[in-house]
Each structure stands twice: as C-alpha cells, then as structure tokens.
Design a protein around this ligand. Structure first.
Ligand SMILES: [Fe+2]
Ligand SMILES: [Fe+2]
Length: 146
C-alpha cells in the first residue's frame, strides 16, 4: 500500500472526505499495478485503464470542490483552483509520457516521491481551510491576505 488512509487528514465536509478516500484507493491500486508491471502489453493496458479512471475521478473531485467554492464565494477560490489545475496537468503530462514511452521508472518516481506528499499537503492546507469555510463560513482571509 502506498498511502495509508490514516495519513490523510479529515476535513469538515463529509463529501470531501468520501472522495479523498476513493482517491487513495484508486492511487493504491494503480501503484500495485506499477509494482507488478512486467513489460507486457497486458500489464501496460491495465495501468492505462486505471490511470484513465483516476484522471476522470480527479476531474470530478476537483470540480465538485470548485463548484461549491464558487457557490459560497470562497475568497481564495483562484488559489485553490490554480493548484487543482496544476496537479491535474501534471497527472495528464505523466500519463501521455507513459503512453508514449512506457517509462515505468517515471511512474514510480511520481507515485513514490511526488504524489503522496502533494495529496497530504493539499488536503491538510487548502482542502482543510476550504471545508472549514463551507461548514462554518469562517474565512481564512484576514488582514488583507486574500
Ligand atoms: Fe480534495
Ligand atoms: Fe482541493
């Protein structure tokens, strides 16, 4: 297992915790397939299928947070959305690199060195303050920060 559910902080919104749990399950499953990769077409296409599902899941994950941020006029909406866009682009770039080169090392490096730290940081900072705002109306902006 790459990411333990306990490493992911709970935020003040259940719909977000639910989707984060699904995300961790998908990531762990892809990582299992990365470790089992044997260079065959079958094992490459198994990774392709899961990775595509992960991108689709992430698009919905991010969109649902963004829709609610806009509905509730979350002041630092653009900062949070900007981080979603950047992360999604990184996932998509790696996927096209993988599809062109079948470079399993690049997948391993990203899944081990980049992804768990990013997810942990994103959820414990941006998602946490955003969920608190959704739940309580308490804005992280004060003293002209936003
Ligand atoms: Fe999230
Ligand atoms: Fe987010």
């Amino acid at each position: 297992m790459l990411i333990d559910h306990h490493e992911i902080p709970q935020v003040d919104m259940d719909f977000m915790n639910e989707v984060h749990k699904e995300d961790v399950d998908i990531i762990n499953n892809i990582f299992e397939h990365i470790l089992k990769y044997d260079g065959s077409d079958e094992s490459a296409t198994a990774i392709d299928k899961l990775y595509k599902e992960w991108i689709e899941h992430t698009v919905i994950h991010f969109q649902n947070e963004e829709i609610k941020m806009q509905e509730m006029r979350f002041p630092p909406y653009l900062a949070h959305k900007g981080e979603h866009d950047r992360a999604l682009q990184e996932m998509r770039n790696l996927f096209s690199h993988w599809q062109q080169k079948r470079d399993i090392q690049a997948l391993k490096i990203y899944f081990i060195e980049t992804l768990p730290a990013w997810l942990q940081t994103h959820i414990s900072t941006m998602d946490t303050v955003t969920a608190r705002f959704f739940a309580t109306g308490q804005s992280p902006c004060g003293g002209g920060v936003c």
